[in-house]
Design a protein around this ligand. Structure first.
Ligand code: NAD
Ligand code: AKB
Length: 317
């Protein structure tokens, strides 16, 4: 890819991915956009082209793609699981609206397209331990329904029109740059903020709730590497299981306590988040991503915790 458009540059993934893409492809080659330009960081505003763009408006996307000769789109626009469950129509309209527009624009202008799926694309009748790449996908959340529909639609555009669509099923992502946007896995970010601020933390998920997770630097590498992968090696496309670690709230709490022995966490499960988390994999099998395009995360729970606490301490204190 030579010229890249990012939709959702103000979000948890977009704010870090945009910066990294500019390092890799050049500042002027990566156009940053968001519905709300106030969400873009000063670094993003200062380092390259930036626009307000509503991904549910196809003409707005097409105009930028045309003007900047875009040949790669990173579509990061969605409403995350817990927020979408409180407003299902919004979840569907934003998630599917943005994707369908991207697919159509990518088809017309021959651009490659990356749109993340999620562990939310699975449901309670999926095998939850060692979740295979190809398995039952019957989620009962609107977020999951949009993710399964998105995977299918993206494969359809590849098979039917030759659009170079690729994606990964991200697990819960943990970052120290931009706060998470209303998901079920947000607790695994919020807990670090509480620990660094010296506050007690109330966990919205029960002890024993296992979920896949990944540190943002590994997620950014995955998003770039899959789009750079040799297409002849890809047996799958939309979407690859990828994971770096899995833990329950007690494990991340104990890991943080190794650095902050006085830190206190209590449990107060949120019924909605608990129900969603219980329907998601305990851990996924990501061997297809490793074999087909060399996915290899660097951070486990211990390394991530050391880095998160260091970076957040520098940022907040
Ligand atoms: P986020 O909520 O942090 O960011 C989404 C961004 O999209 C926001 O900046 C928002 O302003 C913008 N946006 C909303 N509506 C828009 C519109 N109509 N037009 C343009 N921009 C609009 O989300 P994220 O966590 O960065 O997630 C990005 C993608 O990755 C989503 O598809 C999400 O489902 C997926 N994903 C995220 C995680 C995670 O843990 N963060 C895990 C799995 C999958
Ligand atoms: C969410 O919890 O909704 C996201 C995700 C795992 O897709 N973080």
């Amino acid at each position: 890819m030579k010229n890249i458009l990012v939709l959702g540059s103000g979000g948890q993934i977009g704010s870090e991915l945009t910066v990294r893409l500019r390092e890799v492809y050049g500042d002027s080659k990566v156009v940053a956009t968001d519905l709300d330009p106030n969400r873009l960081t000063q670094q993003i505003k200062d380092s390259g082209p930036c626009f307000s763009c509503d991904a549910t408006n196809r003409e707005q996307i097409a105009q930028i793609v045309k003007d900047y000769k875009i040949d790669g789109i990173y579509n990061l626009v969605a409403i995350l699981s817990a927020t979408a469950e409180r407003n299902p129509m919004l979840g569907w309209n934003i998630g599917m609206g943005a994707l369908l527009n991207c697919l159509e624009v990518a088809r017309e202008y021959k651009a490659a397209l990356f749109t993340p799926s999620s562990i939310g694309a699975f449901g309670a009748n999926t095998p939850l331990n060692g979740t295979p790449q190809d398995t039952v996908q019957r989620p009962r959340t609107i977020y999951g329904v949009t993710k399964v529909a998105g995977e299918l639609l993206s494969d359809y555009y590849f098979d039917r029109f030759g659009v170079d669509t690729r994606s990964v099923r991200f697990p819960g992502l943990i970052s120290n740059v931009c706060p998470p946007g209303g998901g079920t896995t947000d607790y695994a970010v919020d807990i670090y903020y509480a620990a660094v601020r010296g506050e007690n933390f109330e966990c919205p998920l029960k002890k024993g709730t296992l979920l896949d997770m990944m540190y943002m630097p590994d997620a950014i590498d995955a998003a770039i590497n899959i789009m750079e992968a040799d297409p002849s090696k890809l047996i799958h496309r939309n979407s690859f299981n990828v994971t770096a670690m899995h833990f329950d709230p007690e494990e991340i709490y104990q890991e943080i306590k190794k650095h902050k022995p006085d830190f206190v966490m209590t449990y107060n499960p949120d019924p909605l988040k608990q129900q969603i988390a219980d329907s998601w994999p305990n851990w996924m099998d990501d061997s297809c991503a490793r074999a087909e395009w060399g996915f290899k995360p660097k951070y486990g729970l211990a390394e991530m915790t050391t880095d998160m606490l260091k970076k957040l301490t520098e940022k907040l204190l």
